[in-house]
Design a protein around this ligand. Structure first.
Ligand SMILES: [Zn+2]
Length: 272
């Protein structure tokens, strides 16, 4: 397990490597409808697809935030390291004040929703957007699948501990919510700002390195593919124009780097 620690002004940020996911990295031609395996291989240009799961734990002004919880034990032998990674830097689940949920896909929430070996956060408040809550409570309610019913039961049992936030709201000093809707209807990220330094956590703005150059290749799990593409382009443009440090949930660990724009295409420049 790995942890990459950095400071954004006075804000401490530890990027935890939950592990690697085949669900993200395998069967890419099925994940990108309308794009052929040959196109994907050309776009990868000999590079490997990424299935990394990068979760930031953020401490600011005495508030400790875990942004998503990961697959937990549902991720198989290659994932599930969130709690161990936290423990390795002296943080227990009881030390988390806020669990921020960027969106309700399994690789971000399953560790919370399992029957067995699920992660309990005895003191935490759960924070997400109203649109995200509504989309998934609606989808799970309309489904008979056992996994969906389990999620529905778990999340409604936690409902009293949820608060809903909107873009621009500050959840801790210098930590504000950013609208990234499209991948899911309430998908949201976090902007960290302190002492003139900034980090933008864009979560699932894209899922593979080749989407920087091919922003119109839609990921099969996007709830609103057109909106996801528009948000992707606008956010990448902002990142490139402002030269801001960015964090991507699924880029190779630690998922930190800068976006630039070259000849009309976006380019990912990971930190060394
Ligand atoms: Zn994801």
């Amino acid at each position: 397990m790995s942890v990459h620690q950095l400071k954004i002004g006075d804000i401490e940020c530890a990027v935890l490597h939950e592990g690697e996911s085949d669900l993200i990295a395998a069967n890419l031609a099925q994940r990108y409808p309308g794009v052929s395996q040959a196109q994907i291989e050309r776009a990868l240009a000999g590079g490997a697809p990424s299935g990394s799961l990068n979760l930031p734990c953020i401490s600011s002004g005495g508030t400790r935030i875990l942004a998503d919880v990961g697959f937990g034990a549902a991720g198989g032998p290659t994932a599930g390291n969130t709690e161990a990674a936290l423990n390795s830097i002296g943080i227990g689940l009881a030390d988390i004040d806020i669990v921020f949920l960027s969106h309700f896909h399994g690789d971000h929430i399953a560790g919370l929703a399992l029957d067995e070996n699920r992660m309990e956060f005895p003191r935490a408040r759960f924070v997400t957007t109203q649109a995200e809550w509504d989309e998934w409570i609606g989808r799970w309610s309309a489904s008979d699948a056992p996994g969906d019913q389990k999620n529905l039961e778990r999340f409604t049992s936690l409902q009293d501990r949820f608060s809903f936030v909107s873009a621009g709201e500050e959840i801790a000093p210098g930590v504000t919510v950013v609208d990234l809707k499209g991948h899911t209807l309430g998908h949201a990220g976090l902007l960290l700002e302190s002492g003139g330094e900034r980090l933008l956590h864009v979560v699932d703005l894209l899922h593979q390195p080749f989407q920087f150059a091919h922003t119109n290749w839609h990921f099969s799990f996007d709830s609103d593919p057109e909106l996801a593409e528009e948000t992707r382009r606008n956010t990448l443009e902002r990142c490139a124009a402002e030269g801001i440090l960015t964090l991507f949930y699924h880029m190779p660990f630690p998922g930190l780097g800068q976006v630039s724009e070259e000849g009309g295409a976006f380019v990912w420049n990971p930190v060394a």
